[in-house]
Design a protein around this ligand. Structure first.
Ligand code: MG
Length: 251
């Protein structure tokens, strides 16, 4: 053994001995919180497919889960915006929403007039749908903006006619009995696999003609899809109600 090798061996042996001594002294931290076992939810075949506990709002067949669904065209597994907004018959609060949309392949109009629709959480908080490829408009009104509150962090839009996804995680606002906001709403939006809002704190409802503001409302309200006069197409829409898992803290 050369002098150098012997030194390396000795250093290694000391390190092993030291780490064994430390291991003996380490006591595992335990929170003491008694957690319920997380419920098993079978995921979809792919991440686009609804998990077992999802409410499927549109599977390509019909819009029977939507008020005014008869106003839209359903053909070849796709729902196309026609003469009115449509609103879910069920109400939702905190939720995970998946939807797929395509702005018209035939490019018509400009700015807010091109491929405009929108998804309104609780019927009040809009994540904008727009053709935002080579289509200048105000930034807090482009695709995936929280309308007139924040542009998306980046523009992850696909082109006209191409299918796009929104995966939205929404926390409903909480109101005190006097109507004041106890906790604001939050939204996280993933557009085509790209995070564009990270737990964004909403300033209130999203309006065209006035500043954002909260108005006390129910814990759960329907989701609305917008008719803005453009034949935007939708497919594969599902939603899951979500709630934090709660453990019993030690006294
Ligand atoms: Mg819109």
């Amino acid at each position: 053994m050369t002098g150098t090798r012997a030194a390396v061996w000795a250093t290694g042996a000391v390190a092993v001995a030291a780490s064994a001594a430390v291991a003996l002294q380490v006591k595992e931290y335990k929170s003491g919180i008694v957690w319920p076992e997380p419920k098993v939810v079978a995921p979809g075949k792919t991440d686009r497919d609804p998990p077992a506990d999802a409410v499927v709002l549109f599977d390509g067949k019909d819009l029977s889960r939507w008020d005014k669904g008869e106003n839209w065209e359903v053909k070849d597994g796709v729902a196309t915006v026609r003469k009115s907004d449509i609103t879910t018959k069920d109400a939702f609060g905190d939720c995970q929403l998946h939807l797929e949309f395509a702005t018209p392949e035939k490019v018509e109009g400009k700015g807010q007039g091109r491929g405009n629709s929108g998804v309104f959480l609780m019927g009040k908080y809009e994540v904008q749908i727009l053709d935002s490829v080579d289509n200048p408009t105000y930034f807090d009104g482009q695709a995936a903006a929280v309308y007139k509150q924040s542009p998306p962090m980046v523009n992850a839009s696909r082109g006209p006619g191409e299918w796009q996804t929104y995966d939205i995680v929404f926390t409903a606002p909480r109101f005190a009995p006097d109507g004041k906001v106890a906790k604001p709403a939050y939204v996280t939006v993933v557009h085509n696999g790209v995070v564009v809002h990270n737990h964004f704190e909403l300033l209130g409802g999203t309006f065209f003609d006035r500043p954002p503001a909260y108005e006390k409302h129910a814990e759960r309200l329907p989701i609305r899809l917008q008719n803005h006069g453009n034949p935007v197409r939708f497919r594969n829409i599902w939603v899951r109600e979500i709630a934090p898992i709660e453990g019993k803290k030690p006294q």
